[in-house]
Design a protein around this ligand. Structure first.
Ligand code: FAD
Length: 389
């Protein structure tokens, strides 16, 4: 796609979505056009559309930002296309979505900005996106969705559960990837979760799920999941992972359940003969939030290439956290716990210029940590994280 076409698309999208309240108006209008012009498509979406609306605009801007970087964009679209098979999406649905998005964009751009050239530029971009998704879905031979039975639910904090599922058929995912999940209590409300263990031939996956206050799905996952529940899983997504034979040292930073995909990668690396040094910073607000230290300690003890530093913002546990009062045994293999905001703590070590960096956590944690590292001299191109939606 030539740079003029890309510039036209970006300018119109920015003009519409960057205005105050613009992205909400765009997504509302897009869905009302889509559901009016193609009513059968409504059944693919959940009854409550609020979270869905935000995701659409984030996903479009993520794709538009990468129009000139095909080596990043095309694999992302291919994964998305494979994942969309779980909805039973057909090529005609892509046409419906593209037409509705263009109509919504045209409506808010106004006739002066929406020239014939802009119209063609949008056609070109939407065709590229649809074709990449459709062709990846067509070529895929794995199931459109995996059925999984919950075999264990363990509450490790009052708002965080470790949930283990058994797939009917094993799934090949790379450690560090994430998967969209649908639970029976919230039909059609798919949410992303990151396996905390590498793929295995038994088809066992462990998820760490935090209940987000006011969220539609995560509170149900944490509180209402029972052994025997049937979950559905989409195709694996995401590009985190440590390539085999890499010599670059790694810096991994994970907060809360963000530790899950990092732990999965470390476990996968532990099965290799040679690994680069990895420094993992694992963060939480309070010491009790570091729910997985026992496993990380065991991994650090047996893998000399791994350094684990726990970081918390506070030295105290919250008043509602009741433990036995007994002094906790020191966990071997871990560096002393540091106190402070995780990005600030990690950046205080220097620019980490010899490292590939992965950051996993809430969108605000990822943005702040990235900002802190870049301010300390880490190059943006060395930093990876999942899309923030
Ligand atoms: C790549 C990726 C991997 C993920 N892996 C995991 C995982 O392994 N374990 C896990 O528990 N969650 C994970 N999540 C988050 C998860 O997919 C949901 O977004 C989260 O559980 C909230 O869903 P909800 O339906 O409860 O909230 P929604 O109803 O979707 O949102 C309710 C409100 O909460 C806010 N919100 C949404 N997510 C978060 C968040 N993470 N932190 C703070 N506020 C938020 C929203 O902005 C909104 O205002 C991952 C997300 C992504 C993008």
């Amino acid at each position: 796609m030539d740079s003029r076409t890309v510039a036209l698309i970006r300018t119109t999208f920015k003009a519409v979505a960057a205005e105050d309240g613009g992205s909400e108006r765009l997504s509302s209008s897009f869905y009302s056009i889509l559901f009016t012009d193609y009513p059968a498509i409504r059944d693919f979406f959940p009854a409550a559309m609020d979270a869905q609306r935000d995701r659409l605009v984030h996903a479009i801007s993520y794709a538009l930002e990468r129009l000139e970087e095909p080596d990043q964009l095309l694999p992302f679209l291919a994964q998305l296309g494979r994942d969309h098979r779980k909805y039973g999406v057909q090529p005609a649905h892509y046409v419906a979505v593209a037409n509705s998005l263009k109509s919504a964009m045209r409506q808010f751009s106004g006739t002066e900005m929406w020239t014939d050239e802009v119209d063609s530029a949008w056609d070109e971009a939407l065709e590229l996106i649809s074709n990449a998704m459709i062709s990846a879905a067509d070529k895929e031979t794995t199931p459109a969705a995996w059925a999984a039975t919950v075999v264990e639910r363990r509450e490790v904090l009052r708002n965080l559960a470790v949930i283990r599922v058994q797939l009917e058929q094993p799934m090949e995912y790379a450690a560090g990837q994430y998967i969209s999940v649908q639970v029976p209590a919230r039909p059609r409300m798919w949410r992303y979760l990151s396996p905390a263990n590498p793929a295995n031939t038994n088809g066992e996956i462990e998820f760490h799920v935090r209940s987000v206050l006011g969220g539609w799905v995560s509170p149900a996952m944490v509180s209402h999941t029972a052994v025997g529940d049937q979950w559905m899983l989409g195709s694996p997504l995401g590009g985190l992972g440590v390539p085999r034979n890499t010599k670059r040292k790694m810096l991994m930073i994970g907060c809360g359940t963000g530790v899950a995909p990092l732990r999965a990668q470390i476990m996968a690396m532990a099965q290799r003969r040679v690994n680069p040094n990895v420094h993992l910073f694992v963060g939480g607000h309070h010491p009790c939030d570091l729910y997985d230290l026992q496993v990380l300690s065991q991994l650090a003890v047996v893998n000399k290439w791994l350094t684990v530093t726990p970081v918390t913002e506070s030295d105290e546990n919250p008043w509602w956290y009741a433990d036995s009062g007994e002094p906790r045994p020191e966990l071997p293999g871990l560096e002393p716990r540091m106190t402070g905001q995780i990005g600030k703590v990690v950046a205080s070590y220097g620019p980490w210029s010899d490292r590939d960096v992965q950051i996993v956590g809430s969108p605000s944690m990822v943005q702040t940590t990235k900002f802190r590292l870049m301010a300390a001299g880490t190059q943006a191109k060395s930093i990876r994280h999942d899309p923030l939606f």
